[in-house]
Ligand binder design. Sequence first.
Ligand SMILES: [Zn+2]
Length: 500
Amino acid sequence: MRILIAGFLHETNTFAQRPADYENFVNGEGFPALRRGEELFELAAVNIPLGGFIKAMDERSHELIPVLWCAASPSAPVTSRAFELLVGEITQGCRDHAPDAVYLDLHGAMVTDDYDDAEGEVLRRVRSIVGPDVPIVVSLDLHANMSSTMFEIADAMTAYRTYPHVDMAETGKRSVELLERLHRGEELHCAWRRIPFLIPINAGSTNLEPARGIYATLDGPLTDGYDLSFGAGFPAADIPDCSPVVWGYGPDAQRLDAFVDELAARVARHEGDFVPELLSPDGAMQRASELLASGTRPIVIADTQDNPGAGGEATTTGMLRSLLKHNIAKSVLGAICDPTVAAHAHEVGVGATMTARFPGSPYSGDAPLEHEFTVAELSDGYCRFDGPMMHGNELHLGPSALLLSREVGVVVTTRKAQIMDRNQFAMVGVSPEAQNVVVVKSSVHFRGDFQPIAGAVLVAQAPGPMAANPADLSWTRLAEGVRVGPLGQEFHRSVELSGS
Ligand SMILES: [Zn+2]
C-alpha cells in the first residue's frame, strides 16, 4: 500500500478566549512542533498516534507518504486562516500522490471559526479527492466529540483507551491493523451510540473508577476482531455534537450491535459514578496539611480549571495565592506562563530579589497577584519528556525561572504547556519527589508521571476557564435533552439552565 499519513489536532474549548492561529500550530505549544514531509519520521519515537503508526511500519512493506503533522494547545476555536492553510496542505498531498490509503491522526474535538465539526470537514475534503474506494482510517483522542459526518465518511476510527493518554502510539498501531484489514477487502461494519450526559474531565481518568473498569472491557478475547471505542467527549465545546459516544467496527453487524449496546449500557449504569471530588484552593491546602501530618507525601494538587491542555492560559493566580498564604515547607507550583516575569528574572539573575506582577486572568473570581520573590534558578525552557505521557516529546518553553518566596516556589515560563512530565520541574532544578506539595496546571495528564510518586492526588477548583463541573458553563447549543453532568439537569434550548 502507498499510505498517505497526516495529522492535524486541536481540542477546542469554545468558552476559552484565545483562538488557535497558524503560529500556534507551528510552535506546537505542549505538543511537538509542526513537521512536513520527511520530517514526520522524526516523530517515530514520540508516544503520539503518528509515532506508533510509523513504528508499526518497521515490520511491514508499505510505502508511507508523509505530508504534514501539527497540533496546538487546546484553546478557543481555530481561525479560518489556520484551518484553510493546514487542511490545504493535506488535501494538496492527496491530489499530488493519489494514495492507496489514508491515515489521519486527528483529535475529534476541533471547532473552527467556520465549522463546528472540523474533523467532519477534513474528512469530507479528503474523501472528495481520494474517491470512495480509498480506505481512510483515523485515530482519535479519547475526548473526541463525534459527529454523524465522521461516521459516514471514515472507513474506521479508533480512539485512545487511557486518560492520561499513555496509549497514543498504541492507538496509531491499531489504526495500521484496521487499514490492512480494509485493504484486504474485509468489510467492517460500524455501529455507534450517543451517551446523553456530559462527563466532567477529572472524573474520566482511567486511573480511577468507573473509567478504568469500562475501558478494560474494550479489549478482550470475546471481542476479538472488533475494534471498540469509548469517546468520553470534551465537555467544554458548546456545539450540538458535544457528548460522549461509544462506537465500534467489526465483521458481523449483529454481534457488533450487541457489543456497542452493552458498552453504552455499561456507561449508563455508571452515570452517577462519574463525579469528581473537587476542593477549594484553601480546602486542598488544608487537606494537604492533614495528609502531610500523617506522613503522606508528596501531595500533588491539580489546578484543573487553568489547565493549558484544556483551554487555560496558565495565568490564573488562585492556587499560587493559596500556596503563599499557607506557606507549607517545600511547596511548588508549575507553571505560570508569563513572558514579562520570566524575562525580568533573567535580567536580574539568580540570587536577586524581584517583584513579580502576575496579571491573572479575566475569569470570574481570579485576580492579579503582586509579590516579592528571589530568583532561585534560570533555564532556557528546553525539556524532554521521560515519563509515559507523550514520552520523547520535546518542549521549548523559552526563558524560564524558579522563583522562591520563603517556603514556596513557582515555575514561570515564556510559553505555556500543561504539566505532564516531572522534567518540566527538573528543568529549573526542582525534584517533585523531594517536595511536600506540588501544584500542577493540569487536569489529568500529570497523573501519568506524577501518580507513581504521589502520596496523594487532590483536585482543586481555583477560578479559571476549564470548568471542572460542566454545569457551571453557559450552554446554548447542546443537543436537546443532553444532561450537563452525571444525573444533571437536561439542556433544552428554550430553557435557561440555572447553573450548578
Ligand atoms: Zn484528550
